[in-house]
Design a protein around this ligand. Structure first.
Ligand code: ADP
Ligand code: MG
Length: 567
């Protein structure tokens, strides 16, 4: 990448700038802008900023820049409160140091056998990240040589205090070279932490970032446990009743899924567009511009394509597919709650993803509340309220004389009818596309939900009674397919319209797909020869019994899970 990085202004080396650009960091966060130059200049530092503001890179980058790779002795020690945080910080060092060959970092924490840690330390490392108790152990055993230490960081100091480590921390501070640089980072600054700072930091520079700029804390986080409804139906219900909804960004896992979901939302009357890495820069920028100026309200994006988007009117981030890792989650939800506004993040969690949810909570140290899906009644109530509002607006702003006369005429012609009934009949007519009654709302697959647009187009693939047939296809998870691959093949190669493709269910070595019951011979022919991931699909219709049996068999094999591949 050749465009100068805003990180360059902070005085960081080309190796680090390259790593940051590869990680997708576009610009330094406020705590990073403030701390990096101070730490590079050798100052002690007291840094205060909320969780999720990028404190790790604020100290890791200057440490990496100042390290002497040739000296294989610990030059920096970072104390962290928990094993998870120690590992996270070690991973951050590792990824920022990807262009510093020969760099070594070791996390050391309790609960892990000494053996591996002793081996790592013995091999020679440049940076050690440890929990206080274990670091003390190593100092006492003399397996951690801190004679060359130049920088010591107390990360998440308030958390270390809360967990009762403060005495250990002081002990460690007394056992490291006095000439070191010391930095203390904390989300809050309670009195005991201040005292430690006064005692052990030399003339520290203070950096305090107000919490309104924190990414995570200005965001209300909720999750919906996927059950009962299709995700798409859950999504549209949420979109309909969220009070503060202005614009939303919806994250899915694949490029194909961005297009598919955007189309489905459009079919339901939402101004939605896809945003993915297949689109060229101009198109991507145009889409984001449209989102900014209200031309569209929803963007369905992949992680990569959405990185760094800064559109203040994004009130909601919806994780339709759960992210691969915690870091991606933090990136995603950071798209909302910008410019001091309140943001909302909603995460869809399938039953087997519950452990990922817990990992996200632990890593961000923010609870994620369960979201109760709005009931059909709530959706209907909301529609009724909007309907009333709409009518009042029309009464206020439109010239209605002519229409009033039409109504009067009707009332006179139909003897037993009063104006009331006529109005009710009109209300009935108006709501057919978007039902006002709870029992008029459907929770079945989108194609059958009576979406207003595109119905004629739909008819070409469907029987008048809309019956569908489930087909078995010969590719499954084990072959590495995603639903998007199957949709792509059916749509692009067999020419099926998107709406004709129903529910797709992946099993280990085969999948099922719902298609219209009355496909033409030519289409069926084309489908028989279709290949996905180099495998012939061998499309065969399934009987009801088939399906029961397969489902049970698949249930028994449920332990099989796709490995989550990192991007
Ligand atoms: P803190 O320690 O303040 O809680 P972290 O250092 O853990 O925050 O950073 C939170 C997240 O933000 C991490 O996923 C990190 O990769 C990401 N991040 C940090 N700095 C930047 C940046 N400049 N641009 C984009 N993402 C960043
Ligand atoms: Mg941190």
């Amino acid at each position: 990448m050749s465009t100068p990085s805003p990180f360059a202004d902070l005085g960081l080396s080309p190796e680090l700038l390259a790593a940051l650009s590869e990680l997708g960091y576009e610009a330094p966060s406020p705590i990073q802008s403030a701390c990096i130059p101070l730490l590079l200049a050798g100052h002690d530092l007291l840094g205060q900023a909320q969780t999720g503001t990028g404190k790790t890179a604020a100290f890791a980058l200057p440490i990496l820049q100042r390290i002497d790779i040739k000296k294989r002795l610990p030059q920096a020690l970072i104390l962290a409160p928990t094993r998870e945080l120690a590992i996270q910080v070690a991973e951050a060092f590792q990824s920022h140091a990807r262009h510093l060959p020969g760099f070594h970092v070791a996390p050391i924490y309790g609960g892990q056998g000494m053996g591996l840690q002793l081996k790592q330390l013995g091999r020679g490392v440049h940076v050690v990240i440890g929990t206080p108790g274990r670091v003390m152990d190593h100092i006492e055993r003399k397996s951690l040589d801190l004679s060359r230490l130049t920088t010591l960081v107390l990360d998440e100091a308030d958390e270390m205090l809360r967990m009762g480590f403060i005495d250990d921390v002081e002990w460690i501070l007394q056992h490291v070279p006095a000439t070191r640089q010391t930095a203390l980072f904390s989300a809050t600054m309670p009195e005991p932490i201040r005292r430690v700072a006064q005692r052990y930091l030399r003339d520290p520079q203070e950096v305090k970032i107000k919490s309104t700029t924190a990414t995570v804390t200005a965001i209300r986080q909720r999750y919906w446990q996927v059950s009962g409804l299709h995700k798409l139906d859950a999504l549209t219900r949420i979109l309909e009743v969220e009070d503060t909804l202005d614009a939303a960004i919806i994250f899915v896992r694949t490029k194909t899924a961005t297009v598919e979901l955007a189309e489905k939302l459009e079919a339901r009357g939402y101004g939605a567009a896809a945003l993915n890495g297949d689109m060229n820069q101009v198109l991507r920028e145009r889409t984001i511009e449209q989102l900014k100026n209200g031309g569209i309200d929803i963007v369905v994006a992949t992680d990569v394509a959405a990185r760094g988007i800064d559109v203040p009117r994004i009130s909601h981030v919806i994780n339709y597919d759960i992210p691969n890792d915690t870091e991606a989650y933090v990136h995603r939800i950071g798209r909302t709650g910008r410019a001091g506004r309140q943001g909302n993040a909603i995460l869809f969690v399938a039953p087997r993803e519950v452990s990922s949810l817990r990992a996200i909570e632990r890593a961000t140290r923010q609870p994620i509340e369960p979201l109760v899906l709005p009931s059909k009644q709530a959706v209907a109530d909301r529609r009724v309220a909007q309907f009333k509002e709409q009518i009042m607006q029309v009464i206020e702003s439109e010239e209605l004389d002519y229409f009033g006369e039409v109504v009067n005429e009707l009332a006179e012609e139909a003897a037993d009818t009063d104006i009331h009934e006529i109005a009710a009949a009109l209300a009935f007519l108006v709501q057919q596309e978007r039902p006002l009654r709870a029992d008029g709302l459907s929770d079945v697959a989108p194609r059958d939900a009576g979406a207003s647009r595109g119905r004629d187009h739909d008819a070409r693939d469907r029987r008048p009674d809309g019956s569908s047939q489930t087909y078995r296809i010969d590719v499954g998870r084990a072959h590495g397919v995603a639903p998007g691959d199957i949709v792509g093949a059916l749509a692009n190669e067999a020419g099926l319209s998107n709406r004709a493709i129903g529910r797709i269910t992946l099993f280990d070595d085969y999948s099922t797909v719902e298609l219209p019951g009355d496909l033409s011979k030519e289409t069926l022919n084309a489908l028989t020869f279709l290949r996905v991931r180099q495998r012939p699909l061998k499309l065969t219709p399934m009987t009801h019994r088939d399906r029961q049996g397969k489902r049970d068999a698949a249930g028994a094999k449920k332990t099989y899970e796709r490995k989550k591949g990192k991007k």
